[in-house]
Ligand binder design. Structure first.
Ligand code: S3P
Length: 171
């Protein structure tokens, strides 16, 4: 089995879909943000505040190198900016979870932990800037994706099933 890499904008549901995917497949999963937080023993928000975004991107680069060299048969969920890693396509099959910006924000706000979800993401603090980031990134996400799954108004379980179905055809 090739690795599966989930990419997509902040809050689109990469974590939720990954959790459903592991329930319904034999994949084990890792998350690039979780790896970075445990390596640094710090939350992403604190890394951005104390060391800055450039430092965080360097950590993502180290993770990407390790993934390419050492990880197989794994479901990898990524932070929204991880797509910038030059070796992304060498890591595995790239699956974009896609949704319009407004739907992503609605999805976050609907969540019982909405305040926490917004707070932990420094790049979502200013929604106008976040929309600009979305507009800048979406064409790049689409260019990189081997498979696109539109997650709008779908449950995480349905998205996971779609990922597995489309992923099989691509493997
Ligand atoms: C980021 C997305 C975040 C996290 C960091 C930067 C980004 O992950 O990696 O705050 O640049 O889009 P999520 O996509 O899980 O929110």
């Amino acid at each position: 089995m090739k690795n599966i890499i989930l990419i997509g904008f902040m809050g689109v549901g990469k974590g939720s879909v990954a959790r459903e995917l592991i329930k319904h497949s034999s994949y084990m999963a890792i998350d690039t943000d979780d790896l970075i937080e445990s390596m640094e023993n710090k939350k992403i928000k604190a890394i951005f505040e104390n060391e800055g975004e450039a430092y965080f991107r360097k950590l993502e680069k180290n993770v990407a190198k390790w993934l390419e060299e050492s990880v197989q048969n794994t479901l990898i969920s990524t932070g929204g900016g991880f797509y910038k890693q030059k070796n992304l396509k060498k890591i595995g099959t790239v699956i974009l979870l896609d949704s319009p910006f407004d739907e992503i924000i609605k999805r976050i706000k609907r969540h019982p932990n909405a305040v926490k979800k917004l707070k932990k993401r420094p790049l979502l603090a200013d929604l106008k800037k976040a929309k600009e980031l979305y507009d800048e990134r979406r064409p790049e996400y689409l260019k990189l994706a081997d498979i696109v799954v539109d997650v709008t108004k779908k449950s995480a379980l349905d998205c996971a099933k779609e990922v597995l179905k489309k992923g099989k055809k691509h493997a």
